[in-house]
Unconditional design. Sequence first.
Length: 292
Amino acid sequence: MEYGRVRRTLWLILALNIIVAVAKAVFGLMAGSMSMVADALHSSFDSASNIIGLAATGIAARPPDRNHPYGHAKVETFGTLLVGGMLLLTAYWVISEGVDRLTTGAVPQITALTVGVMVATTAINIFVALYERRVGEELGSSFLIADSEHTKSDVFVSLSVLGGFVVVYLGYPRADPLIALAIGVLIGRMGFSIIREAGMVLTDAATVQCEENVEEIVAGVPGVLGSHEFRCRGAPGELMADIHITVDPGMTVEEAHGIAERVEAAIREGIPGMKEVIVHVEPGEKDGRERV
């Protein structure tokens, strides 16, 4: 993975996210809009996510060493886990504040300026989400793709805040804290989702289902009689797998080794994000059938 480009992308997005979060927070506090301040906190976690991503990808880019012979790629996933925990804390604060606003009955001051700020920051978030996903897919970066989904949710939250402004303007001030509560729930769900996905990677769960593709790829390699016991683990973009293949028992070790290398190369080329494949060679039946 081109970690250098991933980090450059994160630096650019960090700058944009800071601008968005500060603008929402300042004008939200000025207007007394709880939903806008909650949205600002949501946006601030985009920035926090970028900072954690910069630190995590910096470590993940390090080559394997004595203590980490398989590399440091899981550090990126650990950073994602931290972001999920921080989002849960934010959700708790937003929901608590929303409940408090419902009891006190504070009314936000909606102006053309606050609406303009929300529209402008939403446009920035749309650009960030599209750009980050495009780069993430191009580089095979699971962090950039996940972070783009986080930013996309920020777009929907901002649109809900704008909708709340309209309702408040029409004479229903309680809509503001109610929308803040909804935003808190959304942030909480996002936090649980991020923790769940990161936990799957850290526990070596199969995050990418590619067994059928692998069977087709391996069957197309000359000299392979059959395959079985395919296993895959890791995050999208950092996959590791192992597979058993059967070959003609009359082959020399050198010939069998050559087939194993071709199988490894074919799987790495045919499955996006596949970084390492271990191929175990077994003898098939003498009549050319796979030995079960």
